[in-house]
Design a binder for this molecule. Sequence first.
Ligand code: DAK
Length: 261
Amino acid sequence: MAYENILVETKGAGGGIGIITLDRPEALNALNAALITDLGQALDSYEADENIGCIILTGSNKAFAAGADISEMAPKSFMDAYRENFITDGWERVSQCRKPIIAAVAGFALGGGCEMAMMCDMIIAADNAKFGQPEINLGVIPGAGGTQRLTRFVGKSKAMEMILTGRMMSAEEAERAGLASRVVPVDDLLEEAIGVAEKICKLSQPMTMIAKECVNRAYETTLAEGVRFERRMFHSTFSTEDKAEGMAAFLEKRTAKFKHR
Ligand code: DAK
């Protein structure tokens, strides 16, 4: 399917990696309604495709995304925004993705762009990446989870500084603070993300999905509930063909051939 605001391609052995590239270079990949619709459709189709084991979301070397499109927001009054439920439909789609999704971030990841990267399962940052929640400069506040997710990633003090002043964080600082899983040279960004995705694709697809679901529980519930949930999910993995194959392969000193069942 052809899209107007994103590019899609598959990579990896057997085409197991779905790559979505945000593509509005004239506006530093600012996220408008049409782009969010394209992104949702691309994610739906990768999630429905059993061959896809991991998704990479990326932008250009200059910008992952410089935020929601300010020209779309500027004319709206409170009543317009409230009645239309403005920029709500589709905005949480990335966080609802059940398959592993990696944000490969180069350049600006600001406002909604930073929020979208944080909705992914991990952020691999290029050395030129800049993260920020600059909405305060526009006379508004973050609206797609920035006050909640950034605080969980980097802690209260740094989140407050970023959100109250609008200052940007370098890739190095983002890694140090736990926002990015690692920093790589900008020219190697996609290759590094593909390397991680390839490792994920070689594993049992249901296990990577269940593991992701369990990690995400850590953000939504108490420790005791989270551990109980993990225990039940762990027990359920014993019903799968992939558990039988993975453990047999280890004991027989061979590589496991997962069937994703
Ligand atoms: N929207 C629209 N256009 C943008 C844009 C944006 N966010 N960011 C950049 N552009 C456009 C610029 O207007 C410019 O267009 P032309 O003038 O060439 O036509 C072009 O991209 C290149 O930008 P610059 O000329 O400014 O490039 P520089 O390298 O000089 O500066 C910059 C790069 C990233 C520092 C600067 O462009 C900038 O400050 N951009 C705005 C960043 C920002 O404030 N972002 C936060 C936006 S508010 C919600 C969901 C999401 C949100 C809220 C609610 N719900 C689900 C309820 C999110 C809100 C936001 O993200």
